[in-house]
Design a protein around this ligand. Structure first.
Ligand code: SF4
Length: 288
């Protein structure tokens, strides 16, 4: 029998599940019916953070079945839970908010919330990038305009938070090594030097019509191995690379829980209050 030695991180779905975008490939929609206020959820969020911290976890990801910034009060409440945990010793050096970035183009939104969220423990804002051209990014999100990436960065950094990019790998978008390289270079030119990528797919880890081809993904990994220096590999696949002093990270969208392994990539706190060892719920129950 294998005992769990490490729980690397916690991902929590936060908020009402509404979104200010409307993407054709949205994988969060199926979880939205669960997004109702639920006292068990808050209790289990606290328990999951404490459990991961006790097993050497170092990262908390705040995400949503919609866009988390569209329900800022729920995010504040989740960060208050985290702050309580941190004060009791369950501290994570990385507390990341995952967002489509639309509201971070507005100074008034940033002025209203970001200082408070930073004081409650938020460290980074990870903005999803489907296209480095803002006009094309707006088309993907089905919105009229998308703010300039430089403006988003300025607004976030002004409040003492770091900006990261989640450069998503999607068929028809960034789906091969040439597009990956040119997108990375454009983001670096815009001053964005912390870039994580994974292929979009189904929440159960299977591929769908939006997942790039095996050949395209293989080309991106080969490009990274040839052009960047591996800093460390992830136990669940992929790793972190140094590219001229910038961070390029490649990983998978989800990892299936393997009870024979002695680590858990992440505890996922779902909005029905369940905590699972993976986004793929079957065979991964942790708390209910
Ligand atoms: S921004 Fe995210 S949550 Fe909103 S529609 Fe697009 S994929 Fe779905």
């Amino acid at each position: 029998m294998v005992c769990i030695e490490k729980i690397y991180s916690v991902s929590a779905l936060v908020g009402a599940g509404v979104c200010n975008a409307n993407c054709s490939f949205c994988a969060g929609k199926y979880l939205r019916p669960q997004a109702k206020d639920n006292p068990i959820y808050w209790k289990n969020l606290e328990a999951a953070i404490k459990l991961s911290a006790r097993y050497g976890g170092w990262s908390l990801s705040l995400t949503s079945s919609g866009e988390v910034t569209c329900d800022p009060d729920s995010l504040t409440k989740a960060l208050r839970v985290y702050q309580k945990c941190a004060n009791e010793g369950a501290y994570f050096p990385n507390v990341n908010l995952f967002t489509n970035g639309i509201l971070f183009g507005e100074e008034s939104f940033c002025n209203k919330y970001l200082d408070n969220w930073r004081e409650l423990g938020l460290t980074n804002v990870a903005v999803s990038v489907h296209d480095v051209d803002e006009k094309k990014q707006a088309q993907v999100y089905n919105v009229k305009n998308y703010p300039r990436f430089e403006k988003i960065k300025e607004n976030i950094e002004e409040h003492g938070l770091g900006m990261r990019c989640t450069l998503l790998l999607r068929k028809g978008g960034v789906d091969n090594s040439a597009k990956y390289e040119s997108s990375v270079k454009t983001l670096l030119d815009k001053g964005l030097g912390n870039i994580t990528s994974w292929p979009v797919g189904n929440p159960d880890g299977t591929k769908n019509e939006f997942t790039p081809s095996w050949f395209g993904l293989f080309g991106i990994k080969r490009w990274l191995n040839k052009n960047a220096k591996l800093c460390h590999g992830h136990s669940w696949g992929g790793g972190v690379y140094d590219y001229h002093g910038n961070i390029l990270r490649i990983t998978d969208y989800v990892t299936k829980h393997d009870p024979k392994k002695d680590f858990v990539r992440q505890l996922v706190v779902f909005q029905d209050g369940a905590v699972d060892y993976s986004w793929i719920k079957e065979g991964a129950l942790c708390m209910k």
